[in-house]
Design a protein around this ligand. Structure first.
Ligand SMILES: Cc1cc2nc3c(=O)[nH]c(=O)nc-3n(C[C@H](O)[C@H](O)[C@H](O)COP(=O)(O)O)c2cc1C
Length: 387
């Protein structure tokens, strides 16, 4: 729809006539600072922090800065369409909400607020296995929205099968298997505060409500939370899986499967060879391997190698509409927003998520048009210059 997203700009200026300014900043570079003022040290550090020295968090941003858009003029870009097709389904824009766990540490409504905001905006959400709300409650909050389920692969096949069945029954269409966080990286911000939500029983709602997980406990998580947490740790962390095990997931998931955390072209090829439907080129927002390559830096080579065999999605460092445009121009079919919507959630719950995401979509729409493009298909590496 022409100008559909950019119209958020008009809405804001018109409200200004009634002396109203937006409740939260529209400046993506100030969103984090605004959330910082609102959050306690533990939750803020958990969201903003990265692995080790933070080198990869910084690298993700620097990689975007190295690419510049070269605008074209007189291209009749008045009418624009941001639609894209991902895994055979048309999406109104190339944006999804990344799986982010433990959202209740930044706002009491947590994933429920995110699910409502996503449905209202027509933006698909990806629900984390580390959610602070159950699969079923998030599905209900998301209503007829498009939802994908992100799996942290349990070290227990019965639990895996049970969780997948619940996600399917609750209307999650696509499985996103996250590969890069089978154990937690060295994260000094969290370590210095000895702050880890999971061992406080936050982010464990999905397994704690799971019949297969509960069946293995002597007492229910309600009766003995400590025992349940002690069972959670080895079930969900510490065990790496192997490519050979992917058929097991295929057998128990009736729908597309996307591998998240791909950073090497050979792994991308291997995902395609394994019959996967998509990949997310991602370094988990710099939270796992300190010193890892910026995700954007490996996107072009991966898209060139496998873009015709699997759908290539991208995340890590996307903050602005221009960033979305750059990632699409470099080969991504769509991007996942991470921290920006979580800061929005911290600032204003459902409204805050909507504000943060609508801002990025409006910025994308306007930047697309002002750089002389009408659709995402107009974008290519020719749209950009590396500086
Ligand atoms: C606080 C936080 C929690 C996250 N939790 C998960 C998770 O549970 N599962 C997952 O696959 N990725 C998780 N991620 C990674 C995001 O899905 C995404 O890859 C990352 O946020 C992208 O980086 P960016 O936010 O800097 O753009 C998390 C990221 C953050 C910031």
């Amino acid at each position: 729809m022409a100008g559909q997203y950019g119209a958020y700009q008009n809405e804001i200026y018109l409200q200004g006539l009634g002396e109203q300014v937006p409740p939260f900043t529209t400046d993506p570079t100030r969103l984090e600072a605004a959330a910082r003022e609102k959050l306690d040290d533990g939750p803020y550090g958990y969201v903003a922090g990265g692995a080790g020295s933070g080198a990869t968090v910084r690298a993700n941003r620097e990689a975007f800065d190295r690419w510049r858009i070269v605008p074209r003029m007189l291209t009749d870009a008045t009418q624009r369409d941001l639609a894209t097709t991902v895994l055979g389904t048309e999406l109104p824009s190339p944006v999804l909400l990344a799986p982010v766990g433990v959202q209740s540490i930044v706002h009491p409504d947590g994933e429920l607020a995110t699910a409502r905001a996503a449905a209202a905006m027509g933006v698909p959400m990806v629900l984390s296995t580390a959610s602070s709300n159950t699969i079923e409650d998030v599905a209900e909050a998301n209503g007829d929205g498009t939802r994908w389920y992100q799996l942290y692969w349990p070290n227990d096949n019965e639990v895996t099968i049970s969780i997948l069945a619940r996600a399917k029954a609750a209307g999650f269409s696509t499985l996103v298997l996250t590969l890069d966080t089978w154990t937690l990286a060295w994260r000094p911000t969290d370590l210095d505060q000895a702050y880890l939500p999971f061992i406080r029983g936050i982010g464990t709602a999905i397994p704690f409500a799971d019949p297969a997980f509960r069946a293995k406990l002597a007492k229910s998580p309600e009766e003995d939370p400590t025992a349940a947490i002690l069972q959670w740790i080895p079930t969900f962390t510490g065990t790496d899986h192997h490519w050979d095990q992917l058929p097991f997931l295929r057998e128990h998931w009736d729908g597309p499967i996307v591998l998240k955390g791909i950073q090497h072209v050979d792994d991308a090829r291997r995902a395609a060879d394994a019959g996967m439907d998509g990949i997310v080129v991602s370094n988990h927002g710099g939270r796992q391997v300190d010193g890892a390559v910026a995700a954007l830096d490996v996107l072009p080579e991966i898209a060139a190698a496998v873009g015709d065999r699997v759908d290539v999605l991208f995340d890590s460092g996307v903050r602005t509409g221009a960033d979305v445009l750059k990632a699409v121009a470099l080969g991504a079919k769509a991007v996942l927003l991470g921290r920006p919507y979580v800061y929005g959630l911290a600032l204003g719950g459902e409204d805050g998520v909507r504000h943060a995401v609508r801002g990025i979509l409006a910025d994308l729409d306007l930047t697309l048009g002002l750089s002389g493009n009408r659709t995402l298909a107009d974008l290519s590496s020719d749209t950009l210059r590396r500086t």
